[in-house]
Design a binder for this molecule. Sequence first.
Ligand SMILES: Nc1ncnc2c1ncn2[C@@H]1O[C@H](COP(=O)(O)OP(=O)(O)OP(=O)(O)O)[C@@H](O)[C@H]1O
Length: 356
Amino acid sequence: MYNISLNKIRKTYGDLTILHSVEMEITEGEFVVILGSSGCGKSTLLNIVAGLDTCDSGQILIGDKDVTDLEPSDRDLSMVFQSYALFPSMTVRRNLSFGMEVARVPKAEREAKVAKVAQLLQIDALLDRKPSQLSGGQRQRVAIGRALVRSTGVCLFDEPLSNLDAKLRTETRVELKKLHNDLGFTMLYVTHDQVEAMTMADRVAVMNKGRVEQFAPPQEIYEKPANLFVASFVGSPEINQIAGHLSGNGSFDIGKTHIDLSGYTFENDTCPAQDAILAVRCEDIKIVPPAAGHITAQLDFVELLGADALAWVLYHGKRLSVRMGVDQARALESEVGLQFDLTKASVFCTKDGHRL
Ligand SMILES: Nc1ncnc2c1ncn2[C@@H]1O[C@H](COP(=O)(O)OP(=O)(O)OP(=O)(O)O)[C@@H](O)[C@H]1O
């Protein structure tokens, strides 16, 4: 079995706590992306799973096996790093098969595995080249291939695509996802790139300052963020936020403006009376005549993005974004009404940011 259990993983450097009791249950065959900004502890967590770093306390299980104190080579996993770390003097073929040679895998089996992975990654034409004769993208594919041929069931990835240019990153992303579908390995993948997380993951763990803020399928992370941190970290442009007060009877009050939240489903089905933040994504706002909207705002500027457009409007000095068609954006008046799709909005507690 290749499920992974992370039980209360804690890591400190002196006074600094890098991981606060991280817990995660990863199902066999799942593609899990750990998403977070620089310094949140995601590489440290991955290295602890790989056995390249130790934790202060906690336990790591792969299947039923407690691997917490095992050497990396005894953990039944393989890892792909941001830097390709290929052997420069060996051909691609030898780079791919070397790990298996060391592990005394029979020659016929080695050759079959190399052939399969090379075909999957479309590097079969490159097998007799040396790494110096490859492009960056090709090298990274070889590095991924090397991890895959060695893998028995668990593959770890630390930002493997970050050295590639945008086009190659997109292509390799698609290939990795297909490979995962074909091979069914358990994959734990660290990145700060939310597009990678959204497109590849079965589930995303959003990390912040050494804590997992939410661990859920990408669409759920996007549509029902557990707190304000997740809501503003995921999605571009950043989710719109409007400060106000919940009256307790389902009305969100911004000064004298009252927004009826009856379309919104509160956690526990109750609307508490308290200061709150209404968060709405740019695609969930419609521009309407000023009198017909939930609020009225002033047009600031329009960005034409090709496929669609973003209108930036000012409301009480705060900039909000609204996504729309190019033609509509070109015809906007200086004063606009904003109509929120409240079924898709989120309401957060002002004090600690949790979802209400
Ligand atoms: N050996 C060390 N001694 C002290 N602090 C460390 C050490 N290694 C890492 N850290 C700190 O631990 C924190 C987490 O580092 P980590 O590399 O896990 O972050 P990350 O989320 O992977 O960031 P990045 O995307 O930049 O790699 C950082 O604040 C880093 O400075």
